[in-house]
Design a protein around this ligand. Structure first.
Ligand code: ADP
Ligand code: ZN
Ligand code: ZN
Length: 764
């Protein structure tokens, strides 16, 4: 007999169950008896032992309407659990939509049962108007046993031997309202009906069979693309340039597994990805293509839909669980073979996976910043190894760590140094803001914007900070408007007239006076996109569109933005780093970076790299068409090596500077890091608890440096006080301390405290 380690949903633990008839395999979703109840579960591994000193129960059955995971997927989930030190349930939850179940929709429709309180069937009520109570046999004789029982069931009558009428008030009336409501609708979603009508009435009608609740498998999730739209997706059948062809050949013909395409913006990397996927499909293979964010790039979606039509699943973060589940099913059944998606699409069940392609591989969005804190890039590398697929990372400005691995030969490095069709890279200009009067726009910036507008060309302006101002201080008493739940200043959003905390989302109404002393003498500093928009409007009378996480909350914002900017309804686009990604407008000939310093000043060892990446990427939006582009960069730190490398367009140089620093400081890629936050709603005992945690792991740690515990840079977030520990060491040593961390966190588990472990953090 075989025994399996089974993950029982919601328990975060594995339990042993038997498989007496050899009916299950790893990856099956099953039902098991668990502490006297039925629970859904996942078969995770076969137990090696056959002797147990406890009673082992058999797995009951397979779950209905589920899809099994492949063995390699289960292995991948376990790897994530161990590598990122997170509970299995969390991994499963993040990786798989709706716990693998097919999403049902629950809807009400009218049934044909007994109608309480309606005139036709009101005889019983009528009879009772003259009597208070009646013996059961008398009633049976008069109306028939069935009708009386139904009336009892429907809550019209009550009693055992003596039966009396429950005052009906207006059940009939309420029923008629529901009936009228359903006249125009055949089926109505469960939650809608329950919002409209009282629960008691619905229950009565359900009992009486007058309303029927049905569940159906959801099939109509996505509206089909209209014919006209299909036309727009026509594949273009691009012929690769010699440079692109060389990259394609190197990847397809190599027996290596990992590749890095380092190609300048506009060199035609996407065209290479498309071709690789097409070739994989032709051989019956599939592919996963990850992008940092999907909603901002309708172009990318159209390009992929054009090539792959119904063969592609598009997985982005705005899908409902039902929509996600539907795409999963299509992939699982092999009806679709290509996935275009964001981070979590790395888990998509693509059959016969040939490629995992990760575009803009340096982007931070590939790392999840909530539990489980996995990196889709690293998970992708692991997944490719488990499934025998190839990994292709692409970027114009690879992360220092990836480039290091490429230089070491772990990734095969493929370079594309020319823009497609010889389009020129934009010219870069630097402005030292220290000598300027206006803190937003240098004279040169204003001049160049107006020249560009006069030529009827378009401009993109980058400011990596949203809102109006980020710091509001009273001149009289010195009070700073702070979030009541976080130790951070509130941001002011002028358009919505609110203060908002960017950490916890807390908002309050803006008052143009100090909330402490009432003085109107308050100063706004820390300029954001709203403020800069106001400034531009004071200089230029032209169409301006602002793109940040505030404006983009509007439904279909990106589609509209993209269309309207392309049609030149606007001439200036002002936005946060959102606009640096993937946008392609042929008439944008000028890019302005309002401040190159916002990221550079972050106390993070990657801030130089991140600045270089952001500025180069937004610069890459300029001059993508026929016309040459220019980029103007404003900074207070022109002497910084990062700014110098940007101006030289010298990624190699930046890499050399950075890698030297990292080597000196023993930062990644020369070491691995784990960041630990210990938090609590009260400060009481928190430091002591954090110190105890530190002591316990410190005593069994070898070859790692442990810093802390210290107060986190932002001491309080969402009402929780936070202490931080920081572990750094060789890959091996950090790997060795992981089990210690897990056990210690388990031993010290206390409701009052929360231990959050971030392996390979990307923000420090
Ligand atoms: P990247 O992804 O490197 O930024 P893209 O793949 O978006 O570059 O290519 C830049 C532009 O050049 C796009 O408009 C693309 O359609 C075009 N292009 C690239 N390669 C080809 C090709 N082989 N045939 C036709 N157009 C191409
Ligand atoms: Zn004040
Ligand atoms: Zn807050």
């Amino acid at each position: 007999m075989r025994y399996f380690g089974v993950y029982v949903d919601d328990t975060n633990d594995f339990y042993t169950y038997s498989d007496p008839e050899d009916s299950y395999k790893v990856g099956d979703r099953v039902m098991v008896p668990f502490r006297g109840r039925w629970k859904s579960a996942l078969v995770v591994y076969e137990e090696s032992s056959k002797e147990f000193n406890f009673k082992v129960l058999p797995i009951a059955r397979k779950m209905e309407n589920h899809i099994s995971l492949t063995e390699s997927m289960v292995k991948l989930l376990r790897w994530i659990q161990d590598y990122y030190l997170c509970p299995f349930g969390q991994v499963l939850g993040a990786a798989i939509p709706g716990n693998l179940k097919v999403e049902y929709i629950h809807e009400y429709r009218l049934g044909s049962g007994f109608i309480p309180g309606t005139p036709e069937e009101g005889e019983i009520q009528e009879y009772f108007t003259k009597k208070l109570e009646v013996g059961r046999p008398t009633l049976y004789k008069r109306f028939g046993k069935e009708a009386v029982k139904e009336a009892l069931e429907a809550g019209i009558l009550e009693g055992k031997s003596k039966i009396k009428l429950i005052p009906q008030e207006d059940v009939g009336e309420r029923y008629r309202r529901i009936a009228a409501y359903f006249k125009e609708r055949e089926r109505v979603g469960k939650s809608v009906v329950e919002k409209h009508f009282e629960k008691g009435v619905i229950e009565k009608l359900l009992k009486a069979g007058r309303l029927v609740l049905e569940k159906t498998v959801r099939e109509d999730v996505r509206e089909s693309d209209g014919e006209a739209e299909k036309e727009a997706y026509a594949p273009r059948g691009a012929v690769l340039s010699p440079e692109q062809e060389e990259v394609r050949r190197s990847i397809e013909e190599s027996d290596k597994r990992y590749f890095l395409i380092k190609g300048v913006t506009g060199s035609g990397k996407t065209e290479v990805y498309l071709r690789l996927i097409k070739d994989a499909l032709a051989e019956g293979g599939g592919a996963i293509f990850l992008v940092p964010e999907i909603s901002i790039t309708p172009q990318m979606i159209n390009r992929f839909k054009g090539e792959f039509r119904d063969n592609i699943a598009i997985l982005h973060s705005k899908l409902t669980p039902a929509e996600r589940a539907k795409e999963w099913l299509a992939l699982h059944r092999g009806e679709k073979k290509v996935v275009l998606g964001v981070r979590s699409a790395i888990f998509a069940p693509v059959e016969n996976l040939k490629y995992i392609i990760i575009d803009e591989e340096h982007e931070g969005t590939y790392k999840q910043d909530t539990n489980p804190r996995y990196s889709a890039k690293y998970v992708g590398i692991k997944k490719a190894e488990l499934e025998g697929a190839k990994v292709v990372l692409g970027s114009a400005t690879p992360s220092i760590e990836t480039y290091f691995l490429a230089k070491q030969g772990v990734f095969q490095l493929l370079e594309m140094n020319n823009r497609y069709k010889g389009a020129k890279l934009p010219k870069l200009k630097l402005v030292d803001m220290k000598t300027e009067e206006n803190q937003f726009f240098s004279k040169e910036m204003l001049k160049d914007i107006s020249t560009t507008l006069r030529k009827d060309e378009q401009i993109m302006l980058l400011l990596n900070r949203k809102g109006y101002s980020t710091y509001i201080q009273c001149h009289d008493c010195g009070h700073v408007e702070e979030c009541p739940h976080c130790s951070i200043s509130m941001n002011y959003y002028m358009q919505s007239g609110i203060y908002k905390c960017n950490y916890c989302g807390y908002t309050k109404r803006y008052e143009p006076r100090c909330s402490s002393c009432g003085s109107k003498n308050i100063e706004h500093s820390g300029k954001g996109t709203e403020k800069v928009e106001e400034e531009i409007r004071s200089y230029f009378d032209t169409g301006i569109i602002r793109v940040d996480s505030e404006t983009s909350r509007e439904k279909n914002f990106y589609e509209r933005m993209y269309r309207e900017f392309l049609e030149k309804k606007y001439n200036i686009m002002l936005g946060t780093q959102i606009i640096s990604k993937g946008l392609h407008f042929p008439d944008v000939t000028m890019v302005g970076v309002i401040s190159a310093d916002t990221i550079l000043n972050f106390p993070d060892f990657r801030s130089g790299e991140k600045t270089y990446q952001l500025v180069s990427q937004v610069a890459g939006r300029a001059g993508r068409g026929e016309k040459e582009g220019e980029v103007l960069i404003q900074t207070y730190q022109p002497e910084s090596y990062v700014i110098r490398r940007i101006m030289e367009g010298n990624y190699e140089g930046l890499y050399e500077d950075e890698i030297e620093n990292r080597r000196l400081m023993n930062y990644p890629p020369f070491s691995r890091i784990i960041n630990i936050i210990i938090s609590s709603q009260s400060e009481e005992d928190l430091e002591g608890y954090a110190t105890e945690f530190f002591k316990r792991i410190g005593s069994s740690a070898q070859g790692v440096e442990i810093y802390g515990p210290m107060q986190a840079p932002i001491y309080r977030i969402k009402g929780r006080y936070r202490y931080q520990l920081f572990i750094k060491g060789s890959r091996k040593a950090v790997g060795a301390i992981k089990p210690v961390l897990r056990d210690t966190a388990q031993e010290m588990k206390e409701n009052k405290f929360r231990i959050t472990i971030d392996v390979d953090p990307i923000n420090l």
